[in-house]
Every structure is written in C-alpha cells, then in structure tokens.
Design a protein around this ligand. Structure first.
Ligand code: ATR
Length: 274
C-alpha cells in the first residue's frame, strides 16, 4: 500500500522497541483492510518521552501504543485517562484528540478476550505476580465479577499493596491456593526465554480449571506444557497481545479488526514455539 498525504499514522513507543510485535500486528490489519495508514516502531529514550509524545500529538498522529519502560510516564502525561486505566494504574494506549492526550489500558480487556470460553464469575482465580500486568488482569477479573482472587508474589509486600489498591474480594498468599480454583494466571516474567521457569505443581487444580500465561516468548511455556500434560485448558500470552491491540486500532483507524488464526500465524511466525 502506497501512502498518500492523508495517511493515518500511529505507532509504538518503547526503548528499545525492536522487540515489539505490534508493528507486524497492526501492519497486518492495515494491509488486510487496505488502509491508507502506517503503524511505526518509535524508539524513544526515557528522557525524551514527554517531548516525543507531545511532538507526535501535534504532528498528525492519531495515537500510539506505549511499552516498556514508558508506561508510568505515559500515565502522567495524559490529559484524561479511562476508568480502567485509572484502576490498572497504567496506560498502554494513547489517543490524540486535537492535541489532547487520552490514555487507556487495554491489557485487562485483552486478557479476558483471549479466554472467550472462561466465565470470570465461575470461581476463584489465582494470579501470580504483582506488577503492572498482574494489576491490569486482576482489575479486569474483579470488574467482570470474579468472586475471589488470590495474589501470590515473590515480594509479599507488593502483593499486599496491590490487594489494598484493588479492593474487593482480593486475598494475598505465599502459596497458590489451587484447590477449587477456576483460573490460574502467570502474570510474572517467569518462564520467559532467558528467565527461570515457573515451578508449580498443578496437581491440586480441578480438572475444569483454565491455566493462562501472559508470557509469549516462547509460546508454549513450561507452565502451559504442564497444564496440557494434565489435560487442562491452557492459554498462551499471544492471545492477550493480539486482543489488547484491537482497541487502539479501532480508535485510530476507525475499523474494528478481527483476531483470527491467520493473524495469530503471522505474528507468531517470529516467536519460537518453545
Ligand atoms: P510487569 O509490568 O510486566 O508486570 P513488573 O512490574 O516488573 O513487570 O513485574 C514483574 C513480576 O514478575 C513481579 O510480580 C515480580 O515479582 P516481584 O514483585 O517480587 O519483583 C515477578 N518476578 C520477576 N522475576 C521473578 C523471579 N525470578 N522470581 C519470582 N518472581 C519474579
């Protein structure tokens, strides 16, 4: 697709940004819909984040995704933030509106959308981790009616702080209470390529439990392999990545894009399977 002078512009800001799968993901949707649009990788050093964002907002960009290490700076720079971004304490999607900067956090939405057959009201959830990803996922589960949620984290104090910030039926434990759990989520970086594996005995999980991992490099983490070996439904982190992107794409380019097998194949093509 050759761009015209009317091309709609968006991108992803990170430092570094070369690892980001978002240009390939949004680029696939742009090509599929034949849009006069571009989605660019934007490498921006932390000290230049605010001036870069303001510059883009005044350069015709519709908005940007924000990735590591800018998510907190992005929250601070917004003129308005959505209720779910406020609840998540982070922003990953910026929409520019006449130079105004609107922030949203779409990770929790992406997580739930990646589990279409899971009913959050169906039983207790166990979330491993207490960082930004855990916070967005826990908030989305609670807002969707999760009746009981336990946070388990290496640094207990961080889990306690998060439980306090979230409010509701949130508990903290130093061991995952798997008996009776409907959902187990790994929202830590354990199991990611180059990180130690997540070591956990899944035996106590009921046979209807769903196991989700936010890690997507590799696609099949040791946790998901263990879940599948036990005959449990497992869900990898790529689904969350693909679904969280839908909201930004629609806000910038005016089309609600679909997540399907073809998209998954295109984005997964440069991710090692295990
Ligand atoms: P993100 O924003 O992606 O969630 P983060 O805020 O750095 O990233 O959170 C990373 C999570 O992985 C945290 O829950 C972290 O535990 P701590 O709060 O104790 O740091 C967890 N994590 C990372 N490396 C870990 C390790 N080697 N063992 C156990 N937990 C780990």
């Amino acid at each position: 697709m050759l761009l015209t002078g009317h091309a709609m512009l968006a991108g992803v800001i990170g430092w570094p940004v070369a690892h980001s799968r978002s240009p390939r993901l949004h680029g696939s949707w742009i090509a599929r819909h034949g849009l006069d649009a571009a989605y660019l990788p934007l490498p921006v050093r932390p000290e230049h984040f605010a001036s870069a964002v303001r510059g883009l907002a005044h350069s015709g960009f519709r908005g940007v995704n924000v990735t590591v290490p800018h998510k907190e700076a992005a929250f601070a720079i917004c003129d308005t933030v959505s209720p779910r971004a406020l609840r998540a304490g982070a922003v990953n999607t910026l929409v520019f509106n006449d130079g105004r900067i609107e922030g949203d956090c779409t990770d929790g939405f992406g997580f739930l959308a990646s589990l279409p057959d899971f009913d959050p009201t169906s039983g207790p959830a166990v979330v491993l981790g207490a960082g930004g990803a855990a916070r967005a996922i826990a908030a989305a589960l609670l807002d969707a009616g999760c009746p009981h949620l336990t946070l388990v984290n290496r640094t207990l104090a961080r889990a306690e702080e998060l439980a306090h910030a979230l409010g509701g039926p949130v508990f903290v434990s130093d061991t995952p209470p798997l008996e009776g759990a409907a959902l187990l989520v790994n929202a830590t970086s354990l199991g990611m390529a180059g990180q130690p594996p997540l070591v956990i005995d899944l035996a106590p999980l009921p046979s209807h439990a769903v196991v989700a991992d936010i890690v997507y490099v590799p696609l099949e983490t040791p946790l998901l392999a263990a879940a599948r070996a036990r005959g449990l439904v497992g869900s990898d982190g790529l689904g969350m990545l693909l679904h969280q992107a839908r909201i930004g794409f629609e806000a910038w380019f005016g089309i609600a894009p679909a997540v399907d097998e073809e998209l998954r194949r295109i984005v997964a093509a440069d991710i090692p399977p295990r």
